[in-house]
Ligand binder design. Structure first.
Ligand code: FAS
Ligand code: PHB
Length: 397
């Protein structure tokens, strides 16, 4: 097989890149390890930055999002025994953000690919990236038991943190930055009406978050120690614990119900400081991971895809390599901005096992400052809502 761009991974990064390149007339093939059902079973992100919403609309992927998504003007922060406060993103920036599940986006992307007749191969195995530093790289894999080869001009590594793409870059060429947090998030999905606002709670028992997927579908999280197992947490225990971490008036508002999904996500910050090696370009979790506190993971995958698709389109349309050469540096500026705010919010809102009294006081006074200063709130709002994509450094037609 031959194509222009081989895309590894059918997550949001891979499928969005496939749709955008296809709309620009660039031939691509998506190679995915799992089945489509497996990809759709994963419950992950839920908050879309304005730039993500606008990009999805620009490529005709926003209809269902605009019908079923939930637009928010800001988010609430509550903390033990103190008055809550609302970070009003719309007031500070004139921007809003959207609560619309990653699962829905995946469904929308798979549907668009189907309608286009895009080539998406699932359940591929033993995938290997070859000749990355030549002008004719290729991918070998097995599909339906047959050994296969896909020749291409470029490879987009959209295969997530545990994929093969980043590992195909020689270790001495990868500058890696990593931070593991001593806790994870236990999340549940329940068919219950959610609280009105996305609400973050800092409590002596630990962090908690109330979010939603629709007016009848709630998403809740609580901080749990590293190594916690889902089976240790019955629904009743979860509801009693999360209620204990919110102010009483909000806990009384929470409508409890059976969990239809329950999972634990570890929290980590990670950046691979090269996002390119020869003809291989990394996008999304393949290149970076953020703790979900800032709701940035999915949005970063989208911004990488915006920059990479713009660079590939300029190459195929105008023979321009400048944006490809600048891709890694351009994408990493936004990656580090999101990595930093996610790290900041994780430190601000979680209780760190073994944290000192000093750490605790400093955290409380940071929260006090945030509550009392509209400058501090505007700065947080600007980064939570997401910075605009950088304009091109070169004239593209
Ligand atoms: P993905 O990991 O989504 O997709 C990569 C794809 O590549 C997968 O389908 C995988 O099967 C495939 N793949 C892997 N290896 C392969 C191989 N060798 N060959 C072929 N295919 C291969 N972000 C938020 O903003 N908010 C959240 O609340 C949130 N919660 C999360 C919870 C969990 C458990 C996880 C793991 C992540 C969460 N994230 C969250 C982040 C998440 O949304 C990611 O940022 C987003 O899925 C990134 O998309 P991709 O880069 O496409 O990677
Ligand atoms: C979610 O709805 O899944 C969600 C919302 C806000 C976050 C993280 C996850 O910061």
């Amino acid at each position: 097989m031959k194509t222009q761009v081989a895309i590894i991974g059918a997550g949001p990064a891979g499928m969005l890149l496939c749709e955008i390149l296809s709309q620009h007339g660039i031939d691509c093939v998506v190679l995915e390890k799992h089945s489509r059902a497996h990809v759709l079973e994963r419950i992950r992100a839920g908050v879309l930055e304005q730039s993500t919403v606008e990009l999805l609309r620009q490529y005709g992927l926003g209809q269902r999002m605009d019908q079923e998504g939930h637009v928010h003007d800001g988010m609430k922060i509550v903390w033990a025994g103190r008055e809550s406060f609302f970070i009003d993103v719309k007031k500070h920036l004139g921007k809003q953000f959207m609560a619309y599940g990653q699962t829905n986006i995946q469904e929308d992307l798979f549907l668009a690919a189907e309608q286009r007749g895009a080539k998406v191969l699932t359940q591929v195995e033993n995938l290997q990236l070859m000749n990355l530093t030549s002008t004719h790289p290729h991918v070998t894999f097995t599909h339906n038991g047959d050994a296969s080869r896909l020749d291409c001009d470029f490879i987009a590594g959209c295969d997530g943190f545990h994929g093969v793409s980043r590992q195909s870059i020689p270790p001495h060429l990868r500058e890696e930055f990593e931070k593991e947090y001593p806790f994870g998030w236990l999340g549940i999905l329940s068919q219950t009406p959610p609280l009105r606002d996305i609400t973050y709670a800092n409590h002596p028992r630990g962090f908690a978050l109330a979010s939603m997927r629709s007016p009848t579908l709630s998403r809740y999280y609580i901080q749990v120690p590293t190594g916690t197992l889902c089976e240790e947490w019955s629904d009743d225990r979860f509801w009693s614990e999360i209620k204990s971490r919110f102010p009483k008036e909000m806990a009384d508002e929470m409508v409890t119900g059976k969990s239809i999904e329950k999972s634990i996500a570890p929290l980590r910050s990670y950046v691979c400081e090269t996002m390119r090696h020869g003809q291989l370009f990394l996008a999304g979790d393949a290149a970076h991971i953020v703790p979900p506190t800032g709701a940035k993971g999915l949005n970063l995958a989208v911004s990488d895809v915006f920059y990479l698709s713009r660079a590939l389109t300029a190459f195929y349309r105008q023979g321009m390599t400048q944006l490809l050469d600048e891709y890694s540096e351009t994408a990493l500026r936004r990656v580090w901005s999101s990595v930093r705010i996610s790290w900041y919010l994780t430190n601000l809102l979680h209780r760190f096992p073994g944290g000192s009294d000093f750490d605790q006081r400093a955290q409380e006074h940071e929260l006090d400052y945030l509550k009392s200063s509209h400058h501090a709130q505007a700065a947080l709002a600007e980064q939570y809502a997401g910075l605009a994509f950088e304009s091109s450094s070169a004239p593209i037609t």
